[in-house]
Each structure stands twice: as C-alpha cells, then as structure tokens.
Design a protein around this ligand. Structure first.
Ligand code: SAH
Length: 212
C-alpha cells in the first residue's frame, strides 16, 4: 500500500473507510504516554468510524479542529478525507513532534498548534473532532474543559466519551443538542504500567453534538 498518496489521487472521493483505517493504523503512536494527560491513541477503527460519519454528513467541508490531537490520528484522518483546513491542538510537545512527523510522511497538511484547551482562542472552526481525557485518573470530569472549548468554538462536535455519559453530556452541552450517540467497543491497549492485560475492551460512546 502506498502511503504518500495524497496529491496523486483525489482521496476525498476515492478513499474507502477500510483504507483510511489501514493508513491510520500505521501512524506512529505516543513514544512514552503520560498517564496524567490520559494519552490514549484512538484506535484506527474508531477514528475512521468517527471521521466517516462526519464526512457523510458534510461536516468535513469547513475547518476542522482536533482538540488534544496527541499523535494526530483524528486530525490527519480528517485531512486525508479532504477537510478544507485542519488544526491540531495539543499541549504536549513530544506528542506534537510525532504528529507533525506522521503528517509529513503522508504528505498531508495539518496546522499543529501547541496550547491548552482551557485557554486557547480558536476562530473560524466549523467542526471539532476529539477524544478527550475521560478523567479516569483524576475522578470524573476530565472532558469538561474540552467540551466547553468545543462548544465555544464549533458548529458541530464529534467526541468520544465513557459509556454511560449520555445524561451528563446532554445536560452539560445545553443549549447545544446531542443529535446522535453510537455505542462502540474500544480496544484499550496496555500502555500504562497499572494496566494488567494487554488489551481490554471497553465500551465508549461516539457523540455528534450540534451547536448552531
Ligand atoms: N486525539 C488523540 C489523542 C487522545 S488522548 C487521538 O485521538 O489519538 C488525549 C490528548 O489530549 C493527549 O494527547 C493529551 O496530551 C491531550 N491533552 C490533555 N489535556 C490537554 C489540555 N488541557 N490541552 C491540550 N491537550 C490536552
């Protein structure tokens, strides 16, 4: 499989979901994930699911921003599917370095920015895509700053949350509206020492939230 395809083929019209998955699968992950920042890379299957539903609804036509982009899976995937402009925001410089290298290798353009979701000012963003920290290491609520920034910034939000979050999310995002919730299995790889098994399947919820 050729990876440097962008520029050769009009990927937005030709790339199939499975193909996107295969490309995202091969991206470089976190070199030493930081538990305090909940650095879990979104598995390629879930990233493609999220990005494809956004594509099919026309939500990749404006500027897309990946909040807490980590090593760039969602941002790069959005660019591969033809998003007009993509911004990846991340506070960890070592993750950003990997994200930039991942994008460079694939020849896609993503504007990576170092910053904290709580304080950054973003303008002109149509769609936010994100897999925010669930707050598992600090008690619940790690995703609040992400949701707040997404609501302040975007017209439409695609976001991944713990199973059982729907009541909280619906109330928290008002007056934005949860338009769709999909329950999906999430293979959590062993990446932190306190995890005992290699892969643990948890259920997560994929949200589409409409703001304006
Ligand atoms: N979006 C990536 C990474 C998800 S993990 C993916 O889908 O694979 C969550 C990411 O949010 C981590 O990379 C972490 O460093 C980042 N993060 C956590 N708190 C943050 C904050 N306050 N501001 C910006 N990024 C943050």
């Amino acid at each position: 499989m050729g990876l440097g395809l962008s520029g050769v083929l009009p990927l937005s019209t030709t790339m199939k979901k499975r193909k996107l998955e295969m490309i995202l699968e091969r991206l470089e992950g976190f070199s030493s994930p930081k538990p305090s920042l909940e650095q879990y890379q979104t598995p390629a299957t879930i990233a493609s699911e999220l990005l494809y539903s956004a594509l099919l609804r026309g939500d990749l036509e404006g500027t897309v921003c990946d909040l807490g982009c980590g090593t760039g899976v969602l941002a790069i995937g959005a660019a591969l599917l033809g998003a007009r402009a993509v911004v990846g925001l991340e506070m960890d410089p070592s993750a950003l370095r990997i994200a930039r290298e991942n994008a460079r290798r694939l020849g896609v353009e993503v504007h990576f920015v170092r910053g904290d979701v709580a304080t950054v000012a973003l303008r002109g963003v149509a769609t936010v895509v994100m897999n925010p920290p669930f707050g598992a290491q600090r008690g619940s609520g790690g995703d609040r700053a992400f949701l707040r920034k997404a609501m302040e910034t975007a017209e439409v939000i695609y976001s991944i949350h713990n199973a059982g979050s729907e009541g909280f999310i619906r109330r928290f995002v008002e007056p934005c509206k949860v338009e769709d919730v999909k329950k999906i299995p999430f293979p959590l790889r062993r990446s932190f020492k306190f995890h005992s098994r290699d892969v643990k399947i948890i259920e997560v919820e994929l949200y589409r939230i409409f703001c304006r």
